[in-house]
Design a protein around this ligand. Structure first.
Ligand code: ADP
Ligand code: DP6
Length: 326
């Protein structure tokens, strides 16, 4: 039997999503804007297999079991129902991330975008990008943005309204920028983004301040991306990341993804700016720092960051394409 194939790329948010307004429907409480990256690729094959009595998902060569398999199975139940397929049309899925999984490089974004696309194709449905984005969002909210290439916006959700999808904002050719990834750790992180944001929502005294600030920073980022104003994007992007992490640090117990190398890299980015190189940082639910700069400055930034104590290596990414299916 021929397997349906999909390729998707991770995205990094410049204005961050952190916290849900409806956990059951996986709806974000704040709007976000991201850049899909060419270097962070997931490839997924899916086929219906009549011999299975449950979905079988192999990720990076290992068959997923336990709670992770149950989560993936619930997502595939939703895909079957959206595609009008019988509940027992179980899928054999094989997926590879060409970058570290569950370490803060947004594997859940490219992973669920590719899974939504490959699984729906395997079930014989041809969903348009909005329907795919809506579906991928239920797997991981950031995945809704990876359906689109270039710059994408995921608006804040409205509790109970399952129609939310990301929207393309500007295509990959809009602006010749790069994102330099400074890798601060090898292993998977201790606390997933889902658990980290849940704990922030439930216990952080600064979560209310984050809810008030995030939409304003999002509007600033969006206007500055439209104007291709790197300095304005950079300032608002750093403010969004630091406000998100401040709300997480204030949770009980604290949700802290930054390591020593993370802070060293933030200092190095400031040094680059003092030397006249336009570079600004963002961090997600992991220790790595992602640095936005003009494409022409990417190798200078990469060389500088590779020398930071504790940085294990760098990757240079450029604006990438949306989901591809065969
Ligand atoms: P990350 O920072 O990499 O997004 P998360 O903790 O948010 O880390 O999400 C990681 C989870 O996303 C994995 O444990 C797995 O369940 C899911 N995931 C990652 N890659 C894939 C994939 N290619 N296909 C399906 N699910 C994936
Ligand atoms: C810090 O989309 O991984 O990367 O919806 O629970 O799967 P779930 O969370 P996820 O969280 C992303 C958080 C972030 C910011 C962002 O990508 O906007």
């Amino acid at each position: 039997m021929t397997a349906a194939f999909a390729r998707a790329r991770a995205n990094i948010a410049l204005s961050k999503y952190w916290g849900k307004c409806d956990a059951a429907l996986n709806l974000p409480a704040v709007p976000s804007l991201s850049l899909t990256l060419d270097d962070l690729v997931t490839e997924t094959w899916a086929s219906v297999d009549g011999a299975l009595d449950a979905d079988a998902v192999t990720l990076d060569g290992s068959l997923r079991t336990g709670a992770e398999a149950a989560t993936l199975g619930r997502f595939l139940d939703l895909v079957r129902s959206r595609c009008g397929a019988p509940p027992n049309a179980y899928l054999m899925v094989r997926s590879s991330n060409h970058f570290p999984t569950a370490s803060g490089l947004a594997s859940s974004a490219s992973g669920y975008a590719a899974l939504a696309a490959a699984a729906s194709s395997a079930l014989g449905a041809s969903l348009d990008d909005a329907a795919l984005s809506r579906l991928a969002r239920r797997g991981s909210a950031s995945a809704a943005r990876s359906i689109f290439g270039g710059w994408a916006v995921l608006p804040a959700g409205v509790p109970g309204d399952d129609a939310l999808a990301a929207q393309p904002a500007f295509d990959a050719a809009h602006w010749d920028v790069a994102m330099v990834l400074a890798l601060a750790d090898k292993g998977p992180k201790d606390v997933s983004s889902r658990d980290g944001m849940r704990r922030t929502v439930e216990t952080s005294p600064y979560y209310a301040a984050w809810l008030a600030t995030a939409p304003l920073l999002h509007a600033e980022v969006r206007a500055a991306v439209a104007a291709r104003d790197l300095e304005a994007v950079g300032a608002a992007m750093e403010a969004s990341a630091l406000a998100m992490h401040a709300s997480a640090w204030a949770a009980r117990p604290a949700v802290r993804y930054a390591r020593g190398a993370t802070l060293e890299t933030l200092d190095a980015v400031r040094t680059l700016r003092a030397q006249g190189v336009g570079a600004w940082a963002t961090m997600d639910a992991g220790p790595h720092v992602k640095v936005l700069c003009a494409a022409a400055d990417a190798s200078t930034v990469s060389t500088h960051l590779a020398a930071v104590p504790g940085v294990l290596g760098t990757r240079v990414a450029r604006p990438g394409a949306g989901v591809e299916r065969t």
